[in-house]
Design a protein around this ligand. Structure first.
Ligand code: HEC
Length: 144
């Protein structure tokens, strides 16, 4: 038991660090940029497109919601960032999955890294605390 507590104590600071890219971000800027660049597909209220789990006739997935009903919060910060920066196709290729037809282009040319983090922090700010905690726990401990 004592051992377990020691392990937990060691893990705690790491867990606190794990979601830190999204801390102290400019949420207002994130919201403005979200409306400008993401809302046309992911919805003004982050509600996504209808039937977002079903591939459409064009062979593409509709845009999923970014609110708590979607699965954005199932992913760690790094995946969300890379998905936004690279787009779906390049992200999948970078992770070894070829031939993925994505409905989302990368924003690496349109947005700076800080702007992408602001948008993701804005998206996170709309989630209930429970969901925020679950998402934070998906981040492997890291310093940068
Ligand atoms: C042209 C429509 C379109 C725009 C604009 C768009 N997306 Fe997407 N996005 C999609 C689609 C469609 C998917 C589903 C998977 C795929 O096709 O790649 C997706 C998936 C995602 C995912 C991964 C899956 C998930 O559940 O989170 C993230 C993260 C994401 N988008 C973030 C953004 C952000 C942030 C912006 C604005 C900077 C944005 N998207 C703008 C269409 C779009």
């Amino acid at each position: 038991m004592k051992r377990l507590l020691t392990v937990l104590a060691l893990l705690l600071p790491a867990a606190a660090l794990a979601g830190h890219e999204l801390d102290n971000r400019d949420l207002r800027n994130g919201q403005v940029l979200y409306k400008e660049h993401c809302a046309s597909c992911h919805g003004a209220e982050l509600e996504g497109q209808p039937n977002w789990r079903r591939i459409g006739e064009d062979g593409l997935l509709p845009a999923p919601p970014h609110d708590a009903t979607g699965h954005t919060w199932h992913h760690d910060n790094r995946l969300l960032f890379d998905y936004t920066k690279l787009g779906g196709k390049a992200l999948m290729e970078a992770r070894g999955v070829g031939g993925f037809k994505s409905g989302m282009e990368g924003f690496g040319d349109a947005l700076t890294d800080d702007e992408i983090w602001d948008i993701l922090a804005y998206i996170r700010s709309t989630w209930p605390d429970r969901i925020k905690r679950i998402q934070a726990s998906r981040n492997p401990p890291h310093d940068r």
